[in-house]
Structures are given as structure tokens and as C-alpha cells.
Design a protein around this ligand. Structure first.
Ligand SMILES: *Cc1c(COP(=O)(O)O)cnc(C)c1O
Length: 424
């Protein structure tokens, strides 16, 4: 098996003699067959091939194969955004009356999905700290709990999930662990190796890496035994909307991702476009190089900030005195990601001045692209949350999130320094 760096470049697309060297963009909604019977077989999963781009497309499929290989899964499904991927993944096994136990240290959009939209659909969530003890996690699990959910490195709180411990408790209860692995990317962290069952990505972040195309991905480890668990009778029952198809019987280890596509994608249609899949693939070709630079630059910026007397606090799992340093070293020995958060002495007001004063770092609603960017979550991404909820998510009102890019690191530090000088 080749190294992950090689997979970033080579996996998913293997041109045959005379075919395009670069993954082609199959910009077509549909695919032609000689006879109606073949189409029927395709519908029944008795033949393999593409027939409608909402369900599959050669460009999209190549990138799905690449991401599945990077994570070590049996299959992947690309979606139009990270939010689409999280929604599709959860609804593949949850319906009204079901329950989720989630880390409370998660992306604001995922928090709203669980806390507002899924509740409206009758799916309840209990939020607990990512640092909850084994007993606290067990206590939150109910008979109708269908999954545990957390982020390997949380956006924006940068807490690190103890994946192995959460997976063990999930499996004791015959339920899967879903991990959003957006921030470290598979180059730095591979949750399946620690027992996670389903991985979710916002590919809009490091996987794309250039802020070009929104996207999301669901990856199936193929390891969760849906039939052996007593909690997934509905999942294992014949799908009436698919003339009695039984997913674990038909697809074996890949039952989850097959159902996600055959039912969720069919019905909800949060498909990634071929053009976006093409752009995403170009991004992933340099993922391993970019992650190395993001991590090295972020480490230097975090160390600079930690020594600066204008800074109240710095949060970066790569710092030795960070609460999550040990977990980060265990799960991500090569580094976590390029995102840092910190507070400036002088609180909310100084943070505002800093935001106005940076030049190289751009204030944008984004993280994890090649360009350094900064954000004040309390006034933007997390503004729907109350102060109480903010603190529950690990976001203080003075928090500035900086996504350290891959520019020359001294230029990034110089920019921070000149902006800090304007705050005081
Ligand atoms: C951005 C993000 C999402 C949502 O992804 P979109 O592509 O913006 O829909 C989900 N999880 C994490 C950790 C994120 O950073």
C-alpha cells in the first residue's frame, strides 16, 4: 500500500492508454446506454455504471475514491457542502424518536443542525463536553441513542477529541462514532485507525485548500456491524422505497455509504457538482505539502503570540502547555492544523481594532486555505448563539481565530506585530 502522500496525488483516477492524464470533468447530467435493460440493471444495483449525476458521476466518483483511500474507508460520498455531508450522514441512520450524543465543542453550523433543525424533525441531541468522563458519556446515552458525534480538532475551540475512548464507549453501546475530521485532514489524523466508524469532512477547508469550492464528504469505515447491533433494526429492514432492498445484505461492509447514496442523496440531492469535484481534486494533490507548511507556520505564530505581552491567551494544541497537547501528539504526531485562537489584552474592543489593522491576514468567513485569514466568531459565525451557548462551545467574546496560511512565516508575524502595535 502506498504512502498517503502518494495517494493524495495518484488515487482515484487511473487513465488507460490514450486517455486524459488529468481527471476529466464529466459535465453531464446523464449517461447514455444502448438498451433499456442495462438502465434497469443499474437501478437495481445489478450492474455498475453511472446514469444520473445526482447519484454518481465519473469525476465525482474518482475524488470519492481518493478520499476513501486517504481515510482508509470502504467508500465515500461527496456532497455540496460540509453541512450537506453531516445532514446526509446523520439521516442515514436517524429518524424521528432517535437521539444523538454530541460533543458540545463543534462547528457552529453543526451545533445549529443538531440543536435546532434536527430537533424539529424529532431527533434529539444531548451535548456533553469533549472532555466528559467515561461515566458522563455513558450516562448521556439512552436506549434510542443512535450515534456519538465529535470533531477530531474542533472548529473553532481547537479541543481535541479522545477518539479511541469515545469509540470504545460507542461500541460498548452498539452504536457508531461519527467524527468530523475537517481540521486535521486525513494527512494529519485518521480517525478510523482509532475506532471511529463514520468520518465527515467539510472539503471546503484544507482538502480544497484554496477557498475555491464548497464541498463535503461522508466516509464509511466499513467496520461497524449494523446487523449485529440491536439498535439498527430499521437500517437493516427492507427499504420499501427501494423495492425491499436490504442494505447490509446487498452491500456488506459498505452498507452505510450505499444507503447514504441510494436513499439520502436520491431524496435530498445535496450532490457535489463535477466542476467542484475537479477543483477539489486539484487541491488534494498538494494536501500533504500544504498541511506540513500550515502546521509549521502555525506553530511559529503560536509560539510568537505566547511570548507576546499584548496577548492574554493563546490556544493551539501544538503548544506544550496546551490542555490538549498530549491528545494532539497521540492522534496527530505530525501536527494538528493551521488554526490558532487567541485573545488580545483589552478584550472585545482591542479585538475589533486588531481586526481592522491587519493587512496580510484577511478578515473573512473561512479557514484553512492557503491565505492567512482571521475571524472574530462572536460577531460573525457564532452570532446566533447566546453568550451562554458561546461559552459552552468554548468561544469567549474576545476570541480571535487565525487560520495561518502558507505565506512566508516572518511576513505573517510582522503583520500581526504591526496590528498589535495599533491596538495599544
Ligand atoms: C466548515 C465546517 C463545516 C461545514 O462545512 P461547509 O462546507 O461550510 O458546509 C463542518 N464542520 C467543520 C469542522 C467545519 O469547519
Amino acid at each position: 500500500m502506498s504512502h498517503i502522500n502518494t495517494k493524495c496525488i495518484q488515487e482515484g483516477y487511473e487513465p488507460k492508454s490514450g486517455e486524459a492524464r488529468v481527471l476529466p470533468i464529466y459535465q453531464s447530467t446523464t449517461f447514455k446506454y444502448e438498451d433499456a435493460k442495462t438502465l434497469g440493471d443499474l437501478f437495481d444495483f445489478n450492474a455498475s455504471g453511472h446514469f444520473y449525476t445526482r447519484l454518481s458521476n465519473p469525476t465525482v466518483e474518482a475524488v470519492e475514491k481518493k478520499i476513501a483511500a486517504l481515510e482508509g474507508g470502504v467508500g465515500a460520498m461527496l456532497c455540496s457542502s460540509g453541512q450537506g455531508a453531516t445532514t446526509a450522514a446523520i439521516l442515514t441512520i436517524c429518524s424521528a424518536g432517535d437521539h444523538i450524543v454530541s460533543s458540545n465543542s463543534i462547528y457552529g453550523g453543526s451545533f445549529n443542525l443538531l440543536n435546532i433543525t434536527l430537533r424539529k424533525l424529532g431527533i434529539d441531541t444531548t451535548f456533553i463536553s469533549p472532555d466528559a468522563t467515561d461515566e458522563e458519556i455513558r450516562a448521556a446515552i439512552r436506549p434510542e441513542t443512535k450515534l456519538l458525534f465529535g470533531e477530531s480538532v474542533a472548529n473553532p475551540a481547537l479541543t481535541v477529541l479522545d477518539i479511541e475512548r469515545w469509540a470504545k464507549i460507542a461500541h460498548e453501546n452498539e452504536i457508531p462514532l461519527f467524527v468530523d475530521n475537517t481540521f486535521p485532514s486525513p494527512v494529519n489524523c485518521r480517525p478510523f485507525e482509532w475506532g471511529a466508524d463514520i468520518i465527515i469532512h467539510s472539503t471546503s477547508k484544507y482538502l480544497d485548500g484554496h477557498a475555491m469550492a464548497l464541498g463535503g464528504c461522508v466516509v464509511d469505515s466499513g467496520k461497524f456491524d449494523w446487523t449485529a447491533s440491536k439498535k439498527f433494526e430499521k437500517f437493516c429492514a427492507p427499504d420499501e422505497s427501494y423495492h425491499g432492498l436490504v442494505y447490509p445484505e446487498k452491500f456488506g461492509a459498505a452498507a452505510f455509504i450505499a444507503k447514504a447514496r441510494a436513499q439520502m442523496m436520491r431524496d435530498m440531492g445535496m450532490m457535489m457538482s463535477p466542476m467542484n469535484a475537479f477543483l477539489l481534486n486539484v487541491g488534494i494533490e498538494t494536501l500533504h505539502l500544504r498541511m506540513r507548511e500550515h502546521c509549521a507556520n502555525a506553530q511559529k505564530v503560536a509560539e510568537y503570540l505566547a511570548k507576546n505581552d499584548k496577548i492574554a491567551w493563546v490556544n493551539f494544541p501544538g503548544l506544550e502547555d496546551n490542555k490538549y497537547n498530549a491528545l494532539a501528539k497521540k492522534y496527530m504526531p505530525q501536527g494538528t492544523c493551521g488554526v490558532i485562537s487567541f485573545g488580545i489584552k483589552g478584550g472585545r474592543e482591542a479585538a475589533g481594532k486588531f481586526m481592522e489593522s491587519v493587512k496580510l491576514a484577511a478578515p473573512v468567513i473561512h479557514v484553512a486555505d492557503a491565505r492567512t485569514c482571521i475571524l472574530h466568531p462572536a460577531s460573525t459565525t457564532h452570532r446566533q448563539l447566546s453568550d451562554e451557548q458561546l461559552i459552552e462551545c468554548g468561544v469567549t467574546p474576545d476570541l480571535i481565530r487565525m487560520s495561518v496560511g502558507i505565506e512566508y512565516v516572518d511576513d505573517i508575524i510582522e503583520d500581526i506585530e504591526q496590528a498589535l502595535n495599533k491596538c495599544f
